[in-house]
Write a protein that binds this ligand. Structure first.
Ligand code: PMV
Length: 334
């Protein structure tokens, strides 16, 4: 085992993933998804041989289930890499360069960086699609963080998950958009995505239609990205987001991830659009709002959203790069 350090950037889904296929433990999504990788917002994870397993996040030792999940993921990667015997104990040291506010998903960049660092440390270097499948085992959204720019996670149909993998669609240079990350709280989210997805699958009458209409959204978003048509892309982005939240709201008991400020920000984005400042809303399993716009619009639209009462901070983020890994002074790009 070597010492390896990986950097993976977070991503935001433009066409959402919500729901897992039941009946196996491969973490297979019920729908495909399409994301933009985010510059600046990233996780750096270093893995090194140690006397015993230890997980540190932002300088603090993490124990219990969150740490166990990390070590189970290392076991998986050790076995997948074909190594015999017991996995050597490791120190996993992660730093999140994510917004100061809590409640913004770090699982995408976190599990992607962990996967890339561990595979490299164990001398396993499969092709990208296989690595993305391994990252997906840790967290669905993590599969998309291996690449920069605009990335598609294919749902696939097979029970063994072989056709469920992520691949880059367009590089960051293809289209220079901005995502305004509008922070509406500093607290952590109430219901984690895994529990929320399962409750939604079991009880929401809108879950079936949500799953059934996802592929056509993916096709429309891919076309809009290819032709750089922001109005067309924005329409699909908002539709996918609100359709996901509609099925969340129809869950028993309801899943409501938004707060009052979330709604005020959404209304302000629409009002600004009517005034000629073009931006489109998306939001995940939390109360923050993300707004897709052109770089030329970002400052004016960001200032308008920062003025909404209850907004803590607005960050403007560009499309980010591929995940990278360094081992003993040598750098390799995925
Ligand atoms: O894979 P997770 O647990 O990070 O789930 C991600 C779910 C959403 O953020 C709501 C949507 C998405 O595609 O990222």
């Amino acid at each position: 085992m070597q010492t390896a350090k990986a950097t993976a950037h977070s991503n935001i889904a433009l066409v959402k993933y919500w729901g897992k296929r039941p009946g196996h433990d491969l973490n297979l999504p019920a729908v495909g998804s399409l994301s933009m990788t985010l510059d600046e917002l990233r996780t750096v994870t270093r893995i090194a041989p140690a006397g015993q397993d230890r997980f540190e996040l932002d300088g603090e030792r993490i124990e219990g289930e969150p740490a166990a999940k990390v070590f189970r993921h290392l076991d998986r990667i050790w076995r997948a890499g074909g190594s015999a015997g017991n996995r050597p104990p490791a120190l996993v040291d992660s730093t999140n360069h994510l917004p100061t506010a809590a409640g913004l998903a770090s699982s995408a960049s976190g599990f992607c960086a962990l996967t890339l660092a561990a595979a490299t440390a164990y001398g396993w270097s499969p092709e990208g699609r296989v690595l993305s499948q391994m990252a997906r085992r840790g967290s669905g959204s993590a599969a998309r963080s291996l690449w920069g720019g605009y990335v598609r996670l294919h749902r696939g149909d097979r029970d063994d998950g072989e056709d469920c993998y992520a691949e880059p669609l367009f590089s960051a240079q293809h289209w220079d958009l901005r995502l305004l990350v509008v922070h509406t709280t500093r607290g952590a989210k109430a219901v984690g995505s895994t529990g929320g997805m399962e409750r939604c699958r079991q009880t929401s009458p809108y879950y079936g239609p949500w799953v059934d209409t996802s592929e056509s959204d993916l096709a429309a978003a891919t076309d809009a990205l290819a032709s750089q048509n922001l109005a067309q892309l924005g329409e699909v982005v908002e539709h996918s987001c609100f359709k996901m939240h509609a099925s969340m709201l129809a869950t028993r008991p309801p899943l409501m991830y938004w707060n009052g400020t979330t709604l005020e920000v959404i209304r302000e984005v629409w009002a600004a659009r009517a005034d000629g400042l073009e931006g489109y809303v998306t939001s995940d399993a939390g109360p923050h709002v993300k707004v897709l716009c052109r770089p030329q619009t970002a400052a004016a639209l960001g200032a308008r959203l920062a003025a909404v009462p209850g907004v803590h901070e607005v960050q403007s983020v560009a499309p980010g790069p591929d995940a990278t890994v360094v081992v003993e002074g040598e750098t390799s790009q995925r």
